[in-house]
Design a protein around this ligand. Structure first.
Ligand code: ZN
Length: 227
């Protein structure tokens, strides 16, 4: 895909996410990795609703600023996720309300932030890791991402928002939307004793769609055998 097309796509998806209220003000950021190892990244303090293709930040493979506006301060987050998810070509980070709310609940499992509720949440967002709170732009978040060892494409930052990597920008956007919908469902159903997907139903999805999910325990929660 040409860089001009990628620039247009970043702005189009950014506007769509913003207009649906999925990230307010100038929050959220998007990056795409280029064929030469460089990246296109949304600028710092830019609203995803009003991006200009010509002003996106262009970084080279070493992370040096080549052209465009100054990049988002959340570069360490993107950089660490690309480093640990070798096949990732795009990352979407939002401050979406339901996912942020989910990140603050006391009962959340840091290695499975959502229980298995719907097939599409599992198929698109996969298993979601919850990381502790870091100040936006704090380079320490990169070490926390590296600590996940590339096992999670979807990560939720406490009191902050989701960050999702995928092999295309479209897939990263769709996965972030499914994560947000999953968080919304969880909040709606919390304390109502809902029926989640059973371990057999999750195993069937894993088998049928070749999902990269860890072992599912007898309560239907995915659990990483290494933890
Ligand atoms: Zn953020």
């Amino acid at each position: 895909m040409s860089n001009a097309r990628l620039r247009e796509d970043i702005c189009r998806y950014g506007r769509s996410l913003f207009e649906r209220g999925l990230t307010p003000g100038s929050s959220g950021n998007i990056s795409v990795r280029l064929d030469d190892g460089g990246w296109l990244v949304t600028p710092t303090n830019a609203s995803l609703g009003f991006l200009d293709p010509a002003r996106l930040s262009h970084l080279d493979a070493g992370g040096r600023h080549v052209s465009g506006d100054k990049p988002t301060k959340e570069i360490p987050l993107h950089s660490a996720l690309y480093e640990t998810r070798g096949a990732a070509r795009a990352i979407v980070h939002l401050h979406s309300t339901n996912a942020v709310a989910l990140s603050m609940l006391p009962e959340i499992d840091p290695r499975a932030a959502l229980p298995p509720m719907t097939p599409y949440c599992l198929m698109r967002a996969g298993q979601i890791a919850l990381l502790p709170y870091y100040r936006p732009g704090d380079p320490a978040v990169a070490d926390a991402i590296r600590g996940l060892a590339g096992k999670y494409a979807s990560v939720l930052l406490s009191n902050h928002g989701p960050v999702v990597a995928s092999d295309t920008l479209e897939a990263a956007v769709f996965a972030t939307e499914e994560l947000e919908e999953g968080a919304k469902l969880y909040l709606m159903l919390r304390n109502l004793n809902p029926r989640y997907l059973t371990p057999a139903q999750v195993k069937d999805l894993v088998r049928e769609f070749n999902l990269d999910l860890p072992i599912v325990d007898d309560h239907g929660h995915p659990h990483d055998p290494d933890d």
